[in-house]
Design a binder for this molecule. Sequence first.
Ligand SMILES: Cc1ncc(COP(=O)(O)O)c(C=O)c1O
Length: 409
Amino acid sequence: MNNIIQNNIANRLGGKDFGKNTGIYKFAKIKKAKQEAMEIHPDRKIIDLGVGEPDWPADQIIVDRLKDECSKPENRFYSDNGLPEFRKACLKYMLTVYGIDFLTEKNVMHGLGSKPILAMLPLCFINPGDIALMTVPGYPVLGTYTKYLGGRVYNLPLLEENNFYPVLDKIPDDVLEKAKMLYINYPNNPTGQVATNDFYKDVVDFARKNQIVIISDAAYASLVYEGSPLSIFSVDGALDAAIEIHSLSKAFNMTGWRLAFIAGNEQAVKPYGTVKDNTDSGQFRAIQKAGCTALEHPEITQGTIKKYSRRFDMLVTALTEVGFKANKPKGSFYCYVPIPKGTKSGAVFNTAEEAAEYLIQESSIITVPWDDAGSYLRFSVTFEADTEEDEKKIINDIKKRLKGLELEF
Ligand SMILES: Cc1ncc(COP(=O)(O)O)c(C=O)c1O
């Protein structure tokens, strides 16, 4: 076979060796174990607690607005860097939900989900050799792009002993000198920890002292089970150093719609706008308008929060009864628990990946394993269940199956 294409692949993807790595990655392993479990136990229903997406569709008023808007001829054009109407809706949302009253239309801009925004921000700030400080475990996109651009990633582990916050005062001076961006994400995927005012204050002080841009990924910011949703902009001076990314994916059950927005000072929004303008031509206007309807109805999120909270109460009780050290998270839809040591029958789990594979093989329960900072399993409450009765049945089934494994902790 002629190798013209393979031989020209960029080094950032492995060059000529791209695609030849035989290592199997975490999510591929889970997929394989799921397939095997379905073949070996065709009668045992898979319970998927690994899903990182809401189980509900978007609210009907959002869907109806899209239906209405998508047939209007004026919505067919490129929207470039976004509709003024969407920006206005973002500002109103920031005021109503987060109490942030000083942003103007120059401080917000839409994106096709927070993922592409996180991919574009390193293009705004990273030169070869520059460093992005990334909390781990976590959502890796900003770090991946930093590396694509010849930058480096310095990991900040989120450990239980530090309440799943990064320790900022132990970062070596030579790293700080080259650091351009600090990525944080609260409520956190996967630990479920939320930010406090004091934490954000420390982060802002750190960023100002070391002249580092904070990228605050607020994808789950509205999904909190205690207190009120918190924006980093609640802290004095945050607008000088922080960029916050909000998404409609989890707050409004709109993952596939691809709509998010960046908030920050003009100096932050402008370079993002330049990169974005050279990358996409904006989200479909009808989707942005439906997004306005969502942002104008933040009470929609309350129904989702109520459902997740109810499911967590049942799940945490069930996991605790089985022996897991499980606590209800303060935010997000993830419950993050240390792995069992093994089973009474002699299985031993050295890593979370091993534990997760065992759970799939032996009980057809899917979780997501994390081995980056201790070994943990992530249980998500976004499993499919139509009624509260179904939720109870599923949780009871989870408990029964896990009990049957005779796990040792
Ligand atoms: C922490 C975090 N940030 C960002 C995203 C991406 O969300 P979006 O759908 O807005 O691209 C996810 C998706 O799972 C996530 O977990």
